[in-house]
Design a protein around this ligand. Structure first.
Ligand code: TRP
Length: 449
């Protein structure tokens, strides 16, 4: 394996190139903005995900890993794994080993609350996280980074982002996470005690040079931004939440709790944070294993590859609060089409599903692989028209969003309180661990759950 300084090399986030006579620029992906490359004539080039894997030295999710997943869990891999939406990872295979041995681990993910309502793109990693939670039967901690959003957006106040966090929490809960296994928290409200002690200890291990390298900060960056990575990182340490693992009042962080591994599903743009974490987790007083990561691509904007759905551009995204009519109009008016320019041209030369946004959305939501392959073939041959393809996408999206809105109505204040209350979580993990593997393993495990 290559020397693993995950935060060091390669990780420098370049500030977006200034507008100049030559509009050509490279793709720029960092936790706060995602821009596709731009060609000579200013055209946006689709995001090159292989290039990110190479640059950041991540492992690709390949057939072998998917087979191993199925063998260990007994579940068919989710369509987002089969179709490469979750395309990259770090040590996901090691989590499968743990699971196989019946060892505990937990899931951690999060969201930066930038507006009151989630869009479709936000829900994908979250929905996937719920699926992982169901498959593995493990605890999940869900961080709402209302602190981050106010620090990184000059015009945002902390009151505003806290309010968004509470609204977003309702959306997240509506996705169906199991309350017995899920702790949702706002940084502004929850951080203290053990969590903060971890954050301070971690910050003591990391220099300004390192965060500058990983995130592109400079001497004019506010000091909150410089400290914040510490907060997002230590959320992956089980010691940050002693209440979740035991009923006894814990007065100190412990070695046993620190040893619980963590798996973090995320958009690939968040990777710089977790390289920093993986480089330093073992240096804590109570060391934690390097967390495992699984990375998703960005959900394609209505305008097509090269952009991602963005809350600040309402026409780029389907919002989870949109009406069926709005969804229909957005897809019909704004979804980039790979169809022929005229009906005749489409019939004779066929369409291009690979750049077609309606087709792309079908790949996110149509579970039937055979049906999807049929649509692909018929669109490419010109038999299936753009209007028909769009109609299919519209119907699937309307159903998904409507179902979500029904669930959202059920999230009362009491339900919200249940999820956001620190309490001992209950889960079972792997009920049939492989006996031999368990016996062979020398690592100790805590009695949890
Ligand atoms: N920084 C993320 C955002 O702005 C939120 C986040 C916090 C997160 N912790 C995470 C995302 C862990 C994925 C995994 O959206």
């Amino acid at each position: 394996m290559a020397a693993e300084n995950e935060a060091g090399q390669n990780a420098v986030a370049q500030p977006a190139a200034a507008e100049s006579a030559n509009p050509q620029r490279e793709q720029d992906i960092n936790p706060w903005s995602v821009e596709g490359a731009q060609g000579e004539n200013g055209e946006i080039i689709p995001i090159d995900y292989d290039a990110i894997c190479r640059k950041w030295n991540t492992q690709t999710v390949d057939q072998k890993l998917l087979e191993r997943f199925e063998q260990v869990t007994g579940h068919k891999p989710h369509r987002w794994l089969r179709r490469g939406l979750f395309f990259s990872h770090r040590d996901f295979d090691k989590i499968l080993d743990k699971y196989e041995q019946g060892k505990p681990f937990f899931l951690y993910t999060g969201r930066g609350p930038s507006t009151g309502s989630l869009h479709l793109g936000h829900t994908i990693p979250l929905q996937f996280t719920k699926w992982l939670q169901d498959v593995f039967d493990v605890p999940l901690v869900f961080m709402l980074t209302d602190d981050e959003k106010a620090l990184f957006k000059d015009s945002a106040t902390f009151e505003e982002t806290l309010e968004y966090a509470m609204e977003n929490a309702r959306d997240i809960i509506a996705l169906g996470f199991d309350v017995k296994k899920t702790f949702v928290y706002s940084d502004l409200k929850y951080l203290g005690n053990h969590f903060l002690m971890n954050a301070w200890e971690f910050s003591k291990l990391v220099t300004f040079n390192q965060v500058r390298g990983a995130f592109g900060f400079n001497e004019s960056s506010n000091i909150g931004r410089i400290f914040f990575p510490s907060v997002q990182c230590v959320a992956a340490f089980a010691t940050s939440y002693p209440e979740l693992w035991t009923d006894e009042p814990l007065t100190a962080r412990t070695k046993e709790i620190a040893s619980i591994p963590c798996l973090i599903p995320m958009g690939i743009d968040q990777d710089p944070y977790f390289r920093l974490l993986r480089d330093n987790a073992h240096r804590m007083r109570y060391p934690s294993p390097k967390p495992a990561l699984i990375h998703s691509k960005f959900l394609t904007a209505l305008q097509g590859a090269g952009g991602k759905m963005s809350s600040s551009n309402p026409n780029s995204a389907i919002f989870m609060s949109d009406t069926p009519k709005q969804i229909k109009n957005k897809i019909n008016k704004h979804a980039f089409s790979g169809g022929g320019a005229t009906l005749e041209e489409h019939r004779s030369r066929g369409g291009n599903p690979d750049v077609d946004v309606a087709y792309t959305y079908l790949t996110y939501f149509e579970d039937d692989d055979a049906k999807l392959a049929e649509v692909y073939k018929n669109y490419k041959s010109g038999e299936l028209m753009t209007g028909e393809l769009k109609k299919m996408a519209i119907e699937l999206l309307q159903e998904y969003v409507l179902q979500f809105q029904e669930q959202r109505k059920l999230v009362t204040d009491e339900v919200l309180d249940q999820y956001m209350k620190p309490r001992k979580l209950q889960w079972a993990g792997n009920k049939n661990p492989k006996p031999k593997a368990a016996a062979e393993s020398k690592e100790c495990s805590v009695q949890l759950g």
